[in-house]
Design a protein. Structure first.
Length: 122
């Protein structure tokens, strides 16, 4: 049987975490469990709200200083909208763009150290 997790499942979640700590932060959407014949969760899947962002740029537009200032404004505006929507984490994909990567690091971005898998739902 599959059902949504319930408050009484929290101790079982702790048992199954195996070093990964679940955080029920405001961006937590839901979790479902496969339960055994005693209604004890044996498998749990959870979902958190994330956003994947990408940027397109006309590199011939304006001087670098103006493009940089515009990028900072765009970054701030997107961050505000996503935060209002309850998005706690944003990801992006880049090839080897060292200078732009340093710019992102100055804005608080980090290089992900874990392998990411993705699946389109629609």
């Amino acid at each position: 049987m599959i059902r949504f997790i319930e408050p009484q499942d929290l101790a079982r979640i702790k048992e199954l975490e195996n070093g990964f700590e679940w955080e029920f932060s405001p961006d937590f959407l839901c979790a479902m469990a496969v339960v055994d014949e005693n209604d004890r969760p044996v498998m749990i899947a959870g979902a958190w709200k994330r956003a994947e962002v990408h940027m397109l740029l006309d590199s011939g537009w304006a001087e670098p200083k103006k493009r940089s200032a515009a990028f900072l404004e765009l970054h701030k505006a997107m961050e505000e909208v996503l935060a209002r929507e309850g998005v706690a984490e944003v990801i992006t994909w880049m090839d080897d763009m060292k200078a732009f990567g340093r710019r992102l690091q100055r804005l608080g971005w980090e290089v992900a150290m874990k392998t990411m898998w993705c699946r389109r739902l629609f």
